[in-house]
Ligand binder design. Structure first.
Ligand code: AMP
Ligand code: MN
Ligand code: MN
Ligand code: MN
Length: 291
């Protein structure tokens, strides 16, 4: 059997709800052999994740998901196999987190203008010590009865047409890819279908991405339908990119977005892990054998 590989997941070091250790344990319970923790603009959860992974007997890949502004829109670049000690990478990520704090304040001001109060204090509770994301705002809005679910919170408040929308002022594609590659990692375009770009626009993005040193594209992710995966596999082949697979798991509750679930790559793709040493454990004790 092929190993189960999930190269995109979040912990509470960004906008996930689980701790890195809880995430690793859940991945193990879901049969994942290789997991990458890819928090937004942050690698602080990796140390804890490595400890847990060693105990659980799964392979943990150092990852990060970098926020990029490209052609006036946000694009996410996943870095895999990075050296977390790399100074340029860490300084770059810190700069993005500072931007996040500035943007969070602007969003809070907009929400207060719309009649809410004490927003920033609440968001700080939701984000903990980490940089706030729109996901934290969405959870706060849902929990306080301002939106019936996350989707509505984005539609009414946080999305492009929402009352409290503030666009991200992130880093350039060249910077993000450069930091990842110089830190020894592979750069991957995350969830390409979600940007709703025309094929031409996506082609321009890929050309610039490759020029900067990028090598991969996420073909299989929870929100990509089968026909979209086939299409991205064709694009990967056309542009000679390696294919990646990752759930983009943030929290339990949605069975369609689950660690290791439904991430198979279409045939004839060259996986991003083709040169990795992946050890398939013959037997595995899950949760002390209780599951
Ligand atoms: P930010 O980087 O602060 O702009 O927040 C982006 C994050 O919001 C993404 O990584 C997703 O986790 C989350 N997100 C974006 N759109 C939606 C949506 N429609 N429903 C739920 N979560 C979303
Ligand atoms: Mn997220
Ligand atoms: Mn993303
Ligand atoms: Mn993600």
């Amino acid at each position: 059997m092929n190993p189960v590989i999930d190269l995109h997941a979040h912990s509470h070091y960004s906008d996930g709800t689980l701790s890195p250790a809880e995430l690793v344990l859940r991945a193990q319970n879901k049969g994942v052999d290789v997991l990458a923790l890819t928090d937004h603009d942050n690698t602080a959860g990796l140390a804890e994740a490595h400890k847990a992974a060693q105990q659980a007997g799964l392979t943990l890949i150092n990852g990060v998901e970098v926020s990029v502004t490209w052609a006036r829109r946000t694009v996410h670049i996943v870095g895999l196999g990075i050296d977390t000690e790399n100074t340029a990478l860490q300084q770059g990520l810190e700069g993005i987190r500072e931007q996040r704090a500035i943007r969070a304040n602007k969003m809070a001001v907009k929400l207060e203008k719309a009649g809410l109060s004490g927003v920033m204090a609440s968001i700080k509770e939701y984000a903990g010590t980490e940089a706030a994301t729109r996901t934290h705002f969405a959870r706060y809005l849902v929990d306080n009865g301002h939106a019936k679910d996350m989707q509505t919170a984005f539609k009414r408040f946080l999305g492009k047409k929402g009352k409290a929308f503030v666009g991200g002022d992130w880093v350039s594609l060249e910077e993000a890819v450069g930091w990842i590659v110089n830190a020894g990692g592979q750069a991957v375009i995350a969830h390409p279908v979600r940007y709703k770009m025309t094929d031409t626009k996506l082609g321009v993005l890929i050309d610039e991405f490759k020029h900067a040193g990028g090598t991969g594209i996420e073909v299989s992710t929870a929100t990509h339908m089968p026909h979209e995966r086939r299409k991205m596999a064709i694009i990967a082949a056309q542009y000679e990119l390696l294919s990646s697979a990752g759930s983009d798991f943030h929290s339990p509750g949605n069975p369609r977005i689950e660690l290791g679930h439904n991430l198979g790559l279409p045939a004839d793709t060259v996986p991003v892990w083709k040169d990795w040493e992946i050890e398939k454990k013959a037997t595995k004790v899950v949760n002390g054998g209780l599951l």
